[in-house]
Ligand binder design. Sequence first.
Ligand SMILES: Cc1cc2nc3c(=O)[nH]c(=O)nc-3n(C[C@H](O)[C@H](O)[C@H](O)COP(=O)(O)OP(=O)(O)OC[C@H]3O[C@@H](n4cnc5c(N)ncnc54)[C@H](O)[C@@H]3O)c2cc1C
Ligand SMILES: *[C@@H]1O[C@H](CO)[C@@H](O)[C@H](O)[C@H]1NC(C)=O
Ligand SMILES: *[C@@H]1O[C@H](CO)[C@@H](O)[C@H](O)[C@H]1NC(C)=O
Ligand SMILES: *[C@@H]1O[C@H](CO)[C@@H](O)[C@H](O)[C@H]1NC(C)=O
Ligand SMILES: *[C@@H]1O[C@H](CO)[C@@H](O)[C@H](O)[C@H]1NC(C)=O
Ligand SMILES: *[C@@H]1O[C@H](CO)[C@@H](O)[C@H](O)[C@H]1NC(C)=O
Ligand SMILES: *[C@@H]1O[C@H](CO)[C@@H](O)[C@H](O)[C@H]1NC(C)=O
Ligand SMILES: *[C@@H]1O[C@H](CO)[C@@H](O)[C@H](O)[C@H]1NC(C)=O
Ligand SMILES: *[C@@H]1O[C@H](CO)[C@@H](O)[C@H](O)[C@H]1NC(C)=O
Ligand SMILES: *[C@@H]1O[C@H](CO)[C@@H](O)[C@H](O)[C@H]1NC(C)=O
Ligand SMILES: *[C@@H]1O[C@H](CO)[C@@H](O)[C@H](O)[C@H]1NC(C)=O
Length: 568
Amino acid sequence: MKLSRLFIVASISSIRFAHNVLASPPSNSTWDYIIVGAGAAGIPLADGLSESGKSVLLLERGFASSHRWGGQLRPSWLDGSNLTRFDVPGLYGYIWTNNTENSGILCSDYEATAGCVLGGGTAVNAGLWWKPPHDDWDLVFPPGWHSADMAPYVEKAFRRIPWTDTPSTDGKRYFQNAATKVTNVLTTAGYTALSANDHPNAKSSVVSNSEYLFLHGERGGIMATYLVSAAERKNFQLQMNTTVARLVRKGDTVTGVEVEASGVGGYSGTIAVTPNTGRVILSAGVFGTAKILFRSGIGPKDQLEIVKASPEGPNMIDEKDWIDLPVGYNLDDNPNAFLVALDPTIEAYDYIGAYNTPIAADAAEYLANRSGPLAQVEGPINPIFWDTVTGGDNITREVQWSVNSGALSNTTAIAFTASLGRGKTARGRLTITPNLTINVSTLPYFNDPGAHDATAFTAAIAKVLPLLQQLPNATLYQPAPGVSAADFVKSLTIDISMSASHWVGSTKMGPGGAGGEGWVVDTETRVRGVRGLHVVDAGIVNGVPTSNPQSVFVVVAQRAAVEILKLG
Ligand SMILES: Cc1cc2nc3c(=O)[nH]c(=O)nc-3n(C[C@H](O)[C@H](O)[C@H](O)COP(=O)(O)OP(=O)(O)OC[C@H]3O[C@@H](n4cnc5c(N)ncnc54)[C@H](O)[C@@H]3O)c2cc1C
Ligand SMILES: *[C@@H]1O[C@H](CO)[C@@H](O)[C@H](O)[C@H]1NC(C)=O
Ligand SMILES: *[C@@H]1O[C@H](CO)[C@@H](O)[C@H](O)[C@H]1NC(C)=O
Ligand SMILES: *[C@@H]1O[C@H](CO)[C@@H](O)[C@H](O)[C@H]1NC(C)=O
Ligand SMILES: *[C@@H]1O[C@H](CO)[C@@H](O)[C@H](O)[C@H]1NC(C)=O
Ligand SMILES: *[C@@H]1O[C@H](CO)[C@@H](O)[C@H](O)[C@H]1NC(C)=O
Ligand SMILES: *[C@@H]1O[C@H](CO)[C@@H](O)[C@H](O)[C@H]1NC(C)=O
Ligand SMILES: *[C@@H]1O[C@H](CO)[C@@H](O)[C@H](O)[C@H]1NC(C)=O
Ligand SMILES: *[C@@H]1O[C@H](CO)[C@@H](O)[C@H](O)[C@H]1NC(C)=O
Ligand SMILES: *[C@@H]1O[C@H](CO)[C@@H](O)[C@H](O)[C@H]1NC(C)=O
Ligand SMILES: *[C@@H]1O[C@H](CO)[C@@H](O)[C@H](O)[C@H]1NC(C)=O
């Protein structure tokens, strides 16, 4: 159906930023800072560093996602608007289909799911945006990065990117009949209903509306805020469709990057930092940063030998300059498990069908007013709740429960997803394969000595399982009625499909703090034993936070900008 003639054509606002995008070949000058990767961390970092007046080049392997930055990828019903699929919350879920429209968006060279377009994970994620509880700093980061130190950066991140629990601009939440019954059952069982972002430290037996960074009915986030202010500065340049293959280094000093065009208008060649003072900062995400480090001769010897034996081996830095660091170890992520009840009376919405054939009135309302079902992720939006549990080892663990209803392949399903979070102790490892893809060779799920993670997870599920059976009109489907929480947890298949796509920890920050050994960057984010090189992304965070993690990375990046500028 051709709908576009019905719609008001919104004004195009991308032009005014165009002057600093692809202004001149990035190799024509040297750069005070080259940031690799325009994701949750790279974009706020670029804004913070460029505020100083020093020159900043932001390199991104992927293409433009949001229309604001020249993005074009969209279904025809968005033609004539200033939106792409990435800008519309209601089109989030389409990323989980295997349709050809998704090609090139998720990184094809990692086993795990990650975004490889401008914005990184933030271009494709569900937009959940949580203020971290104090323990996410105090129990995870080294001294100096604790909650009191981070408070001003948290405040700034939430000032620049506000949260909302009513993403539709008319202030309504659509399709709430499942949400209402879930909240009723939880509060009857003793959960306290509150706004999680008004009470960030309350994470035990609490239920909140889902809270998002969507802004005026659009995705918003870092591409609509930090990247806008960075791009207004003459000393900042963004170069998309350009993949950093490896670092250029002279012994232990990084002097630039070697890049390859990975799309139209991309750049190939060598780009240098300002001699003696310039710095390269890797913000390419857990998998992207590790891959660059391995290809640059930085990491465990077994990984560097795999690169050496690959077709690009002859281009690799000489073995005498290899730097042995535990890159790839200490990998963490939340394992998910799904409890499901079936209820034929819940409202459903076909958000996958909405990609190519939206309900005409919903599309019209969204385009005219940024309101209605398409302003929400996945049609019905539901509460989120948390429990604090113990695993018999004196470490408390957080379990976040998210609820999906009427938006899955089975439209009668209410799914409760348990996600084991902060405090979990299992860790994994990422490695490089002979064809230079990044593999999760050890999963960070339920491999801890003493199985305390499983004990804690079981305790959380044992508490919630009976509540599914109290949902009016619903029948328990998974686990089958009569199966205990303990047997259900034992029956889980431990594989990468458990992933919450919240990977962290593979280049962890030290010294000190939880974990102690095995650190890769110091508290100024400098890579140990290398000059002129930093890592600022999810990899430096030593363990998953309590909730969906993107806010932690935005906050960390703002703080890192201050530390890096102090180094001169
Ligand atoms: C489908 C999905 C849903 C999610 N939902 C949520 C949610 O609702 N809320 C939440 O808080 N978190 C969510 N997350 C997690 C969150 O988006 C990520 O944890 C976060 O984006 C990681 O930030 P980062 O800066 O480390 O890396 P990324 O955001 O992944 O950014 C890395 C960037 O580097 C680029 N890059 C990589 N290699 C190179 C190279 N060699 N050269 C140049 N550029 C390179 C990539 O293209 C990418 O743009 C979700 C993640 C996914 C995948
Ligand atoms: C970049 O440098 C090349 C070679 O020095 C020069 O020919 C070209 O004009 C420069 N381009 C810009 C946009 O500065
Ligand atoms: C990047 O390359 C893609 C094709 O790979 C192209 O569609 C796009 O216009 C290019 N530029 C940007 C800024 O996305
Ligand atoms: C689209 O236009 C509206 C109205 O001018 C503006 O508020 C919004 O930020 C724009 N969105 C994008 C993605 O450019
Ligand atoms: C895409 O998904 C459909 C439906 O699940 C499946 O039948 C098909 O094999 C998938 N195709 C690919 C290329 O994975
Ligand atoms: C947009 O909102 C206005 C004001 O509420 C309303 O009159 C109009 O019908 C809406 N447009 C669409 C297409 O829903
Ligand atoms: C837990 O802490 C208590 C008090 O400090 C101690 O007695 C006990 O041995 C600890 N248990 C474990 C499993 O570490
Ligand atoms: C959902 O799944 C259940 C259990 O397999 C099945 O009985 C029901 O018919 C399904 N409903 C739909 C709409 O697919
Ligand atoms: C790389 O190797 C892995 C494992 O052998 C394989 O699954 C994958 O398809 C390969 N990728 C490419 C691009 O060849
Ligand atoms: C990738 O990791 C999986 C385990 O997650 C392992 O089974 C597989 O052999 C690995 N592949 C390669 C090419 O290393
Ligand atoms: C239960 O189902 C009945 C019959 O379809 C419906 O009228 C009622 O509203 C439902 N109650 C709840 C709480 O979902």
